[in-house]
Design a protein around this ligand. Structure first.
Ligand code: NAD
Ligand code: UGA
Length: 478
């Protein structure tokens, strides 16, 4: 394969990664035509909405990037055949959730969407293509993709498979894409592989300095992505573990995090104790890593990483159980107001959000939940809870399962925080939306049932100030 200059890119998957990543490539490379494809027609229609407030994902700064490039060299479409045919380079950016069935259920990544992409590309392509794994995948998936492409592709058509994992975080995706710490590209060591790597390097070099573009072997690149997420999540679980000890000993986790973070070998990032990490990736990627370790007969290594997820589950459960025990051991028919539902601020993504698990525990105890989140819809909140219930029925453990009708009778979603908080017995802060810091807490206190409890899962309010107003406050790690 020669090192042809790329002028046409296609991306399969217009989600939280495919959408923003391709929008930024199109913005920074006006000479390249970028087509983003999805099977989901509604999602594509929203990406094509003239009202930029209706884009399918909320991400600060995304609307500006999309408005600059869309219609110029950025296009969203469902026409998979045409765009695969035209593309020099095809990114696979589809979802890779944890498997919910069969071998590896609950642990391994479900690669069915990735495999389908490989089969679609092979059956359509009539010219050589560079395939780029953008999705997060288990180490050695590139090999499997290449096998499918070579076995089912048309005669004479050659494929190179690169690994180019994405490190953006939601809420800061555009900033992360504009100024990445590094771009990682893994490829084959032979000349064709190196040419393919170079073609992708040239795209990123339009806005990322070359020292920040790291090239490796393909398997190192795949494994680096899982490892990066495992290390980040491990830091959160480590500080959350210490938060429990702080609560028993009178130490303050914020002070401990600051003190250790000043050591340049430790560093200050990802040391914020919380109600538990959420998001679509940390848990999924660690479980995948654990699965791989078990597959390669490394039980000690598997157990080590599994503990990161266990501590996260412990932290969510501890938070919920503390609400119940503090409210005199029963929350039956008590109104608990949730501030925040998204898994972090500045995103409308709720996947694996701690709020879902805390709500579920409280529902088991008969609580009535009133939620306010500035970016998450009522439908999303109800369906998150229903999804958890469905999983529970599949696992058939002994907890109660609610129907969607039951959930709607017990979980109310508000457009205004004050409606959610009025007459509440307790407030639980689950997401760190900046606006929560600006609320009129005296007014809120006056509207609540006394004693008025606040359970701060995100270190959003000053315990001292709130106690002065009259609140009874629980803050993680204090
Ligand atoms: P997502 O669910 O938001 O988007 C995936 C999209 O792919 C969906 O819209 C789905 O309809 C589409 N799709 C599935 N099969 C398809 C096919 N054959 N052809 C065309 N479209 C298809 O997922 P996401 O959050 O964007 O994550 C995608 C991948 O990126 C995952 O592997 C994830 O681990 C990884 N990742 C995610 C993030 C993040 O912040 N969300 C960050 C880094 C890496
Ligand atoms: C994470 C990684 O940060 C990205 O590099 C990676 O690309 C992405 O996963 C992925 O592969 O999907 P993301 O999940 O979007 O990004 O957001 P983070 O900022 O990492 O936060 C994850 C969770 O950890 C959130 O619930 C957040 O509130 C929590 N967190 C984070 C803490 O509780 N404390 C911290 O100090 C940091």
């Amino acid at each position: 394969m020669s090192s042809k200059k790329v002028t046409n890119i296609c991306c399969l998957g217009a989600g939280y990664v495919g959408g923003p990543t391709m929008a930024v490539i199109a913005q920074k490379c006006p000479h390249i035509k970028v087509n983003v494809i999805d099977l989901n027609k509604e999602r594509i229609a929203l990406w094509n909405e003239s009202d930029l407030g209706k884009l399918p994902i909320y991400e600060p700064g995304l609307d500006d990037v999309v408005s600059e490039a869309r219609g110029r060299n950025l296009f969203f479409s469902t026409d998979i055949e045409r765009h695969i045919l035209e593309a020099d380079m095809i990114f696979i950016s589809v979802n890779t959730p944890t498997k919910t069935y069969g071998v590896g259920r609950g642990m391994a990544s479900d690669l069915k969407y990735v495999e389908l992409c490989a089969r679609q590309i092979a059956s359509i392509a009539t010219s050589d293509k560079i395939i780029v794994e953008k999705s997060t995948l288990p180490v050695r998936t590139a090999e499997a993709i290449k096998t499918i492409l070579d076995a089912t592709g048309k005669e004479g058509v050659r494929f190179q498979v690169l690994s180019n994992p994405e490190f953006l975080a939601e809420g800061t995706a555009i900033e992360d894409l504009h100024f990445p710490d590094r771009v990682l590209i893994g490829g084959e060591e032979d000349q064709d592989g190196q040419n393919a790597i170079q073609a992708l390097v040239e795209i990123y070099a339009n806005w990322v300095s070359r020292e920040r573009i790291v090239t490796t072997r393909v398997w190192s690149s795949e494994l680096s992505k899982l490892t990066a997420n495992a290390f980040l999540a491990q830091r959160v679980s480590s500080i959350n573990a210490i938060s429990a000890l702080c609560e028993k000993t009178g130490a303050d986790v914020k002070e401990v995090a600051y003190a250790i973070g000043q050591d340049s070998r430790i560093g200050s990032k990802f040391l914020k104790a919380s109600v538990g990490f959420g998001g679509s990736c940390f848990q999924k990627d660690i479980l995948n890593l654990v699965y791989l370790c078990r597959h390669f007969n490394l039980p000690e290594v598997a157990d080590y990483w599994q503990q990161v997820v266990k501590i996260n589950d412990y932290q969510k459960e501890r938070f919920a159980k503390n609400i119940i025990s503090t409210l005199f051991n029963t929350i039956s028919d008590k109104k608990i107001a949730f501030l925040g539902w998204a898994f972090k601020k500045d995103t409308n993504d709720t996947r694996e959000s701690a709020a879902i698990y805390v709500a579920d525990e409280l529902l088991q105890d008969g609580g009535i939940i009133h939620v306010y989140d500035p970016k998450v819809s009522a439908d999303q909140i109800h369906s998150d809870l229903e999804y958890l219930q469905r999983n529970r029925i599949e696992k058939s453990n002994d907890k109660l399962a609610f129907t969607i009708e039951d959930i709607k009778k017990r979980v109310f979603v508000h457009d205004s925080p004050y409606n959610a908080l009025t007459n509440a017995h307790a407030i639980a802060i689950l997401t760190e939306w900046d606006e929560f810091k600006t609320y009129d807490w005296i007014n809120i206190y006056n509207k609540m049932i006394k004693p008025a409890f606040v359970f701060d899962g995100r270190d959003m309010v000053s315990k001292k100030e709130m106690e002065k107003i009259g609140f009874k406050v629980y803050s993680i790690g204090k």
